[in-house]
Design a protein around this ligand. Structure first.
Ligand code: DP6
Length: 363
């Protein structure tokens, strides 16, 4: 597949208006995407668990307008108009216009809501951009009189989502999605996410993710700025090689269910990501003191109990606590007695591996 393959032939049907609703989840990377080049191509492959509970539900309503050369859309979050979201969507439309050439033929109303609090510090870009990309693909599918395979639909939706936000292309399917070409992963591509194609041990079924909300504030440095700082980064090439090696190692780990080895890869990836931030120029730190307190507590608990709990981080201070389902009651007890004290207002979210986006309505 090349990007050219996603440029459609003229549509066979005219549609004046309609609306479509998709729900799409967030995801948490095990091997991290950090560093990209134009147009939104990753510098290294990444793999993530798709989440189940943290998701965005988006309704796209469309009505035909004259193509006057401009985009026309309104965005609502929880029923309230959100002009602050418009620039990001405008950029997304500009990047995807070649592939969904109907964008200027419609006025769009984009109504979105998240199952997690907007102020939780959880990025909604992965779930939000994937939900919007899926809505556009549903419209394209109707314009094509449904002549499109599900495989192509998913691939192109992921391709579009990537152009909105890189990690969004890993949210459409589950439970594990790879984005970025890797020699040992069949079908992997820089252009879109693909379902992890190999055997996964039962140890990973229903894997749990408790998200400890350490800091709900706005990040000082956006992911996009952070990615760009990898361009002249002194350790960039080594980091990209490390990600390739970790993907290879994870393949064996996922097959064998080796949780000890899993922990080493996942925690090392999280700390390597933050090490890249600390060694960028300009440098920055997104972890907070409580992030480190939590990490140390997790390490002590693991040493004392032989638990297979581990942590990962995204581009922020919150901590994702990952553990096998059979440890749920003990780990939740540990979180409630020892970790909630480090969460802002004691808040955390319980999630687990999920299976991807769902079409809610199409009329
Ligand atoms: C640290 O996908 O948010 O979460 O492509 O600029 O929108 P853009 O960045 P984004 O970056 C996420 C980076 C990460 C790691 C990961 O999810 O792989």
């Amino acid at each position: 597949m090349t990007a050219q393959d996603f440029i459609p032939k003229p549509y066979s049907k005219t549609i004046n208006k309609g609306s479509v609703t998709w729900s799409s989840p967030s995801n948490i990377a095990l091997v991290k995407y950090w560093g990209k080049r134009e147009p939104q191509l990753p510098e290294n492959p990444s793999i993530s668990f798709t989440l189940n509970n943290c998701k965005t539900i988006t309704t796209l309503s469309y009505s035909k307008k004259d193509n006057d050369g401009g985009f026309s859309f309104d965005v609502f979050l929880d029923g309230e108009q959100k002009d602050a979201f418009k620039p990001k969507i405008e950029t997304f439309f500009k990047r995807t216009e070649t592939y969904v050439p109907f964008l200027k033929d419609y006025h769009f109303k984009i109504e979105t809501q998240n199952t997690f609090p907007h102020s939780s510090g959880i990025a909604s870009s992965a779930s939000g951009m994937s939900a919007l990309a899926l809505c556009l693909m549903s419209l394209e599918r109707s314009l094509n009189e449904n002549k499109m395979t599900d495989a192509f639909f998913n691939e192109k939706a992921s391709f579009l989502a990537r152009l909105g936000s890189g990690s969004a292309c890993r949210s459409l399917e589950g439970p594990l999605v790879v984005w970025g070409a890797h020699q040992e992963i069949d079908g992997s591509s820089d252009l879109f996410g693909v379902k992890y194609p190999f055997e996964v041990h039962d140890n990973f079924s229903n894997y749990q993710d408790v998200i400890l909300l350490v800091d709900k504030g706005q990040k000082q440095v956006s992911s996009t700025v952070g990615h760009n700082l990898m361009h002249d980064h002194p350790f960039a090439q080594e980091r990209f090689k490390q990600a390739h090696r970790n993907m290879s190692a994870l393949k064996t780990v996922l097959k064998q269910g080796d949780l000890e080895a899993f922990i080493k890869i996942v925690e090392s990836e999280a700390l390597s990501l933050h090490a890249m931030m600390m060694t960028s120029m300009p440098y920055f730190i997104l972890m907070k003191p409580n992030t480190l307190e939590i990490i140390n507590k997790i390490w002590s608990y693991r040493a004392e109990t032989n638990s297979k709990i581990c942590f990962t981080l995204d581009a922020g201070a919150n901590v994702h606590v990952l553990f096998p389902e059979n440890e749920s009651s003990q780990v939740l007890e540990f979180i409630n007695t020892e970790l909630v004290a480090y969460c802002e207002n004691g808040n955390y979210l319980c999630d687990q591996i999920g299976f991807g986006a769902q079409l809610i309505n199409n009329e």
